[in-house]
Design a protein around this ligand. Structure first.
Ligand SMILES: [Mg+2]
Length: 429
């Protein structure tokens, strides 16, 4: 496999909040501590977040609440409706604390973020992870787990073990090969980030059952049987960092699109362009997995590692009925941005997040307002998505996304989309 230009010297941490929605509820209602607590999804009443006590009762994720209500009550527990305004706000607070630990933060979902730690080589990284954990808990009340390793995929695995094995006290660092191999040997192949059910089945049929076996699979096998995303997963298991969040598998509970700007941005018009672009990308992801969102948040921040006045804030709203219709989402996001924006600051980053994500099929019936799925808006979105897939991203785009895009990260050296656009696929002459 080709590893030209890839480095094995990265350090990245994944910070993941422990049963996030339940933890948010417990911050404001301490009576819920040490008791079985679960949070229900908005409409269909399935469990979307479970405390450890609920997991100990063997109640599965996604189970219908009514089925287990009696059992939970019997154990002195509580079922709660979801409160996305609270979770969104707590998420913003957690992310703000995390952003103090490294200038290089990538928010992956409502309760997960990657921190680049390349400048931290000389530190005791595991202790540094515990410090992150202590600080987040002290300042927000939210318990987190920290996994540190050479790539995002490995950091995910480290995080999983940090959470599951109490001896690690919530922070695990996998940097040397011996420890990495031990952890990989204990990780079933289906638990690797980005290995879906189909791959899991396929690999198991070929006697590849652990992450270690996949890492050490023969190049010939990987080249022949795995897609480009699968290749990248194997490279990441081998310690080569090569997955960026754009191509990463979408998180289930929330979709985030956020990026640092290529320059300091002060102008509202440029922020509007950026936010329109992020909404466009995030709603494409939403539609690709045939779902809609019931909650939207827009966030904005200056560069805290640069001197000068700082500003960090977010605005959010519920979406009713839930939608995946880009023009409407752009309109709402720009309204939120308007409330959020303060002139005079040099902004470094903006982002959007969808939460309360549900399948198109689960959208509640509503007699007052027509759902976007029921009228021509859905057909329009399908056509736009199809054309953009066929002819390349932004063949059709929204006027508010702008033409200049001065705020964007410099990408002059961007390689072609080898794997995601037909026209960029390498040709054999
Ligand atoms: Mg979590």
């Amino acid at each position: 496999m080709n590893t030209t230009g890839l480095s094995q010297d990265n350090i990245v941490a994944l910070i993941d909040c422990n049963n996030f929605y339940v933890s948010c509820e417990r911050v404001f209602n301490p009576a819920l501590k040490d008791k079985p607590v679960a949070v229900l999804s908005n409409n269909d009443g399935c469990l979307v977040s479970r405390s450890q006590e609920i997991k100990d009762l063997k109640i599965p994720m996604g189970a219908p609440g009514f089925k287990y209500e009696a059992l939970i009550k019997k154990h002195g527990g509580t079922l709660l409706s979801s409160n996305y305004a609270l979770y969104g706000d707590m998420s913003a607070r957690v992310m703000e604390v995390l952003s103090m630990f490294s200038p290089d933060i990538e928010i992956y979902s409502i309760d997960e973020a990657f921190l680049g730690l390349n400048g931290f080589r000389t530190r005791d990284l595991e202790e540094f992870g515990r410090k992150i954990k202590r600080t987040v808990y002290k300042w927000t009340g939210i318990p987190v787990s920290v996994g540190i390793s050479k790539t995002k995929t490995l950091a995910k695995i480290a995080n999983h073990h940090a959470k599951k094995i109490p001896a690690f006290k919530g922070s695990l660092c996998l940097m040397d090969n011996e420890r990495i191999e031990k952890a990989l040997a204990r990780t079933p192949v289906g638990e690797i980030w980005g290995i879906g059910r189909q791959y899991d089945k396929f690999l198991r049929q070929r006697q590849i059952e652990t992450a270690l076996q996949l890492r050490d699979a023969e190049d010939k096998f990987v080249d022949h049987y795995m897609t480009s995303v699968g290749h990248k997963t194997v490279l990441e298991l081998r310690g080569y960092a090569c997955i960026n969040l754009d191509e990463a598998p979408a998180a289930k509970k929330s979709i985030v699109n956020s990026r640092s700007f290529g320059k300091q941005v002060t102008d509202l018009a440029e922020l509007q362009e950026a936010v329109s672009n992020y909404i466009t990308r995030a709603s494409e992801k939403l539609r690709k997995q045939k779902s809609v969102a019931g909650y939207l948040m827009v966030f904005l921040s200056t560069n805290r590692f640069k001197e000068g006045p700082q500003y960090n804030n977010s605005q959010s709203t519920t979406l009713f009925p839930p939608t995946a219709y880009t023009p409407e989402l752009i309109r709402i996001a720009l309204e939120l941005l308007d409330e959020l924006y303060l002139p005079g600051f040099e902004y470094k980053k903006a982002g959007v997040m969808f939460a309360d994500i549900m399948s198109e099929n689960d959208v509640p019936l509503n007699f007052m307002e027509t759902n976007y799925l029921d009228d021509k808006r859905k057909i329009l979105m399908d056509i736009v998505d199809k054309l953009n897939r066929k002819y390349g991203q932004d063949t059709l785009f929204y006027a508010s996304s702008g033409l200049q895009k001065d705020w964007q990260m410099r990408r002059a050296k961007l390689s072609p989309s080898w794997t995601t656009r037909w026209c960029d696929i390498p040709k054999v002459k």
